[in-house]
Design a protein around this ligand. Structure first.
Ligand code: NAD
Length: 482
């Protein structure tokens, strides 16, 4: 059973970049679904702000088209659609000039929550922050939401943080990593800290190793020129995989509160050792039914990786000796994200050798079907003596909690509502982002300096052979991607 939705306080949400791809595909559909679920109060208002000169009605028509495409189920209800569009307004605003700012000021209400979503290139963050301040638009409690990429290295992240800090306090800044908005990610915390069952075992004494996989079946496609300047390390590991690693490895925070959680995550990043390059595998997908990575990007000799796998160690008491294996890549066999905790085998087997032995495995699936399952060893039923097999204790949300539970809000819905509620727990703090870059930069510099080339891999595979070898070296294997 899914609990009742609690409406948030009335708000004015300005989407800078309101005519962009992210607004159309994610932000507006997320808001619309929250509206349909009656979480958005009548007084809520969404103001698109971008360079395009158009009337509010033209913008609403464009929003409606987008909703039909990206929230088709909810968009089928004409009354809901009309009700939502009633709350949508538009204003042409130039982030780099003076046009539109005074009008924006006069539109903003003083007595409601104010949020400004910076859905524009990071180069414009400073211009927006400065003008919001200069025109006296943002009041003291105003919140700003910024998207990834948050810098491309430590230097750029620091300067972005410094720019925002000139006009906003850290408590007003919401850095989105949509992986943190996923239901299962929060469930990871519920499983770890809401049960006595797992936490006593959640350490190097009982955990053999952890695997974190974020596999994508798509290539870099139309984003080739952007992606090629970034690569899997910057685009995925520094943010999404690092966040999943932190939540898996962190110590219990004293409370489920923003700074308590973020302090613990930060400690994990600081304890993360820099792996030797031999523990990192980088790859580029070859051509198959689709073009190769090198054909997808402009640089014919690109050395940017579309796949990365690595073995990491966390230097603290809890995890000493337990490796964390991370991998992520494009054009892999399937789209799948999961965290898999492999427990150790019992210290002594009381059964005959031919009974076999199997370690317990807890897997936390983030996509496609969110859920958690635990493999438990039992006796194979029937005659034939004691033979051990493992069976899943599967907790797919839909099976366990009824069909509506599978219909949980998506990450953007939850995160945007958290912004309005003023809850920063699932957002990255500035020092976390900087610590993650401080760990990432030397590795990128090291392989760039050596002139390493990513190894080619077959599209539709689990990545390069070397990634499997990384595990074989330790007598381990990756879970199947597909
Ligand atoms: P986009 O190019 O589709 O849209 C950019 C928007 O910025 C447009 O609305 C445009 O009018 C506005 N804009 C540009 N210059 C402006 C100016 N001077 N003044 C006012 N408005 C201006 O980009 P996008 O794909 O929507 O991405 C926006 C941001 O979100 C980028 O930083 C991107 O890296 C990030 N992001 C996008 C996605 C995605 O799926 N599209 C995912 C994650 C992060």
């Amino acid at each position: 059973m899914v609990s009742r939705v609690i409406p948030v306080d009335p708000f004015d949400l300005v989407i800078f970049g309101g005519t962009g791809d992210l607004a159309r595909r994610k932000i507006l559909p997320a808001l619309y679904r929250r509206f349909c679920d009656e979480q958005m109060p009548r007084e809520a208002r969404i103001i698109g702000a971008a360079r395009t000169e158009q009337s509010p009605q033209e913008y609403r028509d464009w929003v409606a088209e987008g909703l039909k495409e990206f929230a088709p189920r909810s968009a089928a209800d004409p009354d809901a659609m009309a009700g939502f569009l009633d709350r949508v307004d538009y204003l042409p605003v130039d982030a780099k000039g003076e046009g539109g700012w005074s009008d924006l000021k006069s539109k903003m209400r003083a007595n409601v929550v104010q949020a400004f979503y910076f859905s524009v290139a990071p180069a414009l963050f400073g211009d927006l922050a400065e003008r919001l301040h200069h025109y006296g638009i943002a009041h003291e409690g105003a919140r700003i939401v910024v998207e990834k990429p948050f810098g491309r290295d430590l230097g750029t992240a620091r300067s972005l943080n410094a720019t925002l800090a000139e006009h906003f306090d850290e408590s007003q800044i919401y850095r989105i990593d949509h992986y943190l908005g996923k239901e299962t990610v929060q469930n990871l915390m519920a499983v770890r800290f809401g049960n006595v069952l797992f936490e006593p075992l959640w350490n190097a004494q009982y955990v053999d190793h952890v695997q974190i996989t974020v596999a994508e079946s798509v290539g870099v496609g139309g984003r080739g020129s952007y992606y090629d300047k970034s690569g899997a390390m910057r685009d995925m590991v520094q943010n999404h995989l690092m966040q999943l690693l932190c939540l898996t490895a962190m110590e219990p925070p004293s409370r489920f509160e923003p700074d308590a959680v973020r302090d613990e995550k930060l400690k994990v990043i600081r304890a993360l050792q820099s792996p030797p390059l031999k523990d990192i595998v980088r790859g580029q997908y070859k051509a198959g039914d689709n073009p190769s990575y090198l054909d997808d990007v402009e640089e014919p000799d690109s050395r940017t990786e579309s796949f990365i796998a690595m073995k990491l160690h966390i230097a603290n008491w809890r995890w000493n000796g337990t490796p964390f294996y991370l991998r992520t890549g494009k054009r892999l066999k399937t789209r799948k994200s999961e965290i898999v905790v492999h427990f150790k085998e019992p210290p002594h087997s009381i059964f005959d050798e031919d009974a076999g032995s199997r370690p317990n495995i807890l897997s936390i699936r983030l996509q496609p079907d969110e859920g958690i399952d635990l493999s438990v060893t039992i006796k194979e039923p029937g005659p034939g003596g004691m033979r051990l097999i493992d069976v899943p204790l599967d907790m797919s949300f839909a099976d366990a909690l009824g069909p509506e539970a599978a219909d949980v809000p998506d990450a953007y819905e939850r995160l945007i509502m958290d912004v309005i509620r003023g809850n920063q727990t699932l957002f990255m703090r500035g020092d976390e982002v900087e610590a993650a870059w401080a760990w990432t930069d030397p590795l990128i510099e090291a392989w760039t300096e050596r002139g390493d080339r990513p190894v080619p891999y077959e599209p539709g595979s689990a990545g390069p052979e070397d990634s499997a070898i990384l595990m074989h070296r330790d007598s381990r294997r990756w879970r199947e991607v597909g």
